[in-house]
Design a protein around this ligand. Structure first.
Ligand SMILES: [Fe+2]
Length: 412
């Protein structure tokens, strides 16, 4: 017994002063939850779960451009409280009735594109949005992808900071520092965006936010395994649509996308919200301040849009840098929140009927052209969807069963 106690003391001795830089909780496959922390120490801390100490393991070690450890403790069991020292982690809820949705949150620095003023909260309001999300009561939050946008060097650090590329410093500036308020408040489901695909920030995404373990040896998957976050009366399948560019619209990609969906399809047996980065249906511009509005080209819609069972009540996505609800005949409602901080694209504001929202598909849209985030609430008659501005004020609400017909401005 003495040996065991001594071992515990040795194991946890180095962790008492572990410097936790950022921490969060993420919901992964089934009923699992993963408590994660980025630490500046060279060992992972212990985490106190319902009063018992457990050693966190190293999820990702130190490597060039990533000078910190990523630590993890995952469990399938229900947890009432989790903390490292005095730092509290959100825990997995029993039910998922109120879900925050946010997406496309980073600050745009890209060759050939005007520079977004990352240091100006009016120009890049993600920190404000994160604070507003933290204030909302919710069971969980969903980030629909595109965390990383600082791809090229900023020539004026006073305006847009001094970091770019897939490194710890960029992830901290673009996501973890401004995002910590919302990460401290809610457990998250993370979706991979095209900014985290194999040509961009895949390594940072794998280290920090992927549901699956890091690959050894290190390599990038075009499609990470789909997973299903489960509750007694709701399932949230997460489909990786990060590889979706137009120049990669091939049969191989179409089949790979279809396989992701058919992998999870047999598991779906109750109400379902499909989570994925790219919407299945949409309409608007994919450029900043442009009036060249167009139909969304969605390889996913072609791959599995016709296979969605009736128990799918909605598809939740981002990618388009605005917020939008899309109603089509015979399909679940498309709920898109890509207005989390990166420069906005353009969609018609408010309701427009009878648009092409996919090849050969006609639908109605309700567009919201401001920065902000969303809330999906499950009520007896279906889904309520609320569009919030960056300060957390409700701007538009679509009442259950949410469809474009039911969307109306709030407070007028
Ligand atoms: Fe995006």
């Amino acid at each position: 017994m003495r040996t065991v106690s001594t071992l515990c003391i040795v194991l946890f001795a180095g962790s008492a002063h572990a410097d936790v830089l950022h921490h969060w909780t993420q919901l992964n496959d089934g009923r699992s939850q993963s408590f994660r922390a980025i630490v500046s120490d060279d060992t992972c801390p212990a985490i106190e779960i319902d009063g018992a100490l457990h050693q966190m393991s190293v999820r990702a070690g130190v490597m060039p451009d990533f000078p910190n450890l990523v630590c993890e403790f995952a469990t399938d069991k229900p947890v009432a409280s989790a903390q490292v020292n005095t730092l509290r982690f959100p825990v997995r809820p029993e039910r998922a009735d109120r879900m925050v949705v946010v997406g496309d949150t980073g600050c745009r620095l890209k060759d050939g594109s005007p520079v977004q003023a990352c240091n100006d909260p009016e120009e890049w309001p993600f920190a404000t949005i994160s604070g507003s999300i933290a204030e909302k009561e919710a069971d969980l939050a969903i980030h629909v992808g595109d965390y990383y946008y600082r791809e090229t060097e900023c020539l004026d650090p006073d305006i847009c900071g001094d970091t770019y590329g897939d490194t710890w410093r960029t992830w901290e500036a673009d996501f973890f520092a401004p995002g910590q308020a919302m990460l401290s408040a809610h457990p998250f489901v993370f979706v991979r965006g095209n900014h985290e695909n194999c040509n961009r920030a895949w390594l940072g995404f794998d280290r920090y936010l992927a549901a699956e373990p890091m690959r050894d040896p290190l390599m990038c998957d075009n499609y990470q395994a789909p997973f299903v976050v489960e509750f007694d009366d709701l399932q949230l399948p997460v489909i990786d649509s990060s590889t979706r560019d137009r120049d990669t619209y091939t049969w191989d990609r179409l089949r790979a996308m279809q396989e992701q969906f058919t992998d999870v399809l047999p598991r779906l047996d109750r109400e379902t919200l499909v989570l994925t980065h790219t919407p299945l249906w949409g309409y608007g511009s994919k450029k900043r301040e442009s009036d060249e509005l167009e139909t969304l080209e969605s390889i996913q819609r072609d791959a599995f849009g016709d296979m969605l069972p009736r128990l799918v009540s909605g598809v939740v996505a981002g990618d388009l840098h605005f917020a939008q609800l899309v109603s089509t005949s015979g399909n679940p409602v498309q709920i898109t929140f890509g207005n989390g901080g990166v420069w906005l694209y353009t969609t018609p504001e408010g309701r427009v009927d009878d648009l092409q929202v996919g090849h050969g598909v006609t639908g109605d849209i309700f567009g919201f052209n401001q920065f902000g985030f969303g809330m999906i609430e499950r009520v007896a008659t279906g889904l309520d969807v609320t569009f919030f501005d960056q300060t957390g004020e409700a701007a538009v609400k679509c009442t259950a069963p949410a469809s474009v017909e039911t969307c109306a401005p709030e407070g007028v």
